[in-house]
Design a protein around this ligand. Structure first.
Ligand code: CA
Ligand code: CA
Length: 136
């Protein structure tokens, strides 16, 4: 009886573990999406995390329905200058140097994911995700 209770408890902890530890918010950039490359896309802010995140391992991806999920470029707004992404700090995300998104995706909703890549590995682990609907 006691063992069964413990097993149930540990299952619950696993089920709601990683998903609740980290959070991001995504704010649309006021610039319009154009048919040129390097458009300003959005700002991703870390809203919740148990510890600062090492920048070298981080990856931001954009996935519109029906399109390949693609990593984007970003600039880290490192408020405290420690080289890590802390809660409250943000990443200004830009289109890669080729045109992927233009007016045709305005009003559509993409899934934005902040992922971490373990060193010496190509396996990505999702830290947190949010939605982005470009307004212009
Ligand atoms: Ca920092
Ligand atoms: Ca573009």
């Amino acid at each position: 009886m006691r063992l069964a209770t413990l097993a149930v408890l540990s299952l619950v902890v696993v089920a709601c573990g990683p998903m609740d530890l980290d959070g991001i918010t995504v704010t649309d950039h006021t610039d319009a999406l154009t048919s040129a490359a390097n458009d300003n896309l959005f700002t991703l802010t870390l809203s919740k995390a148990p510890a600062p995140l090492a920048m070298a391992d981080l990856l931001v991806t954009v996935g519109f329905p029906g399109q390949t999920t693609t990593a984007v470029n970003f600039t880290h707004n490192d408020t405290n200058g420690d080289g890590k992404l802390d809660v409250g700090e943000s990443l200004s995300c830009k289109e890669p140097p080729l045109n992927l998104w233009d007016a045709s995706v305005v009003g559509k909703t993409a899934t934005i994911s902040l992922d971490t890549r373990q060193s010496n590995s190509t396996v990505l682990r999702a830290i947190a995700s949010a939605q982005w609907t470009p307004a212009n």
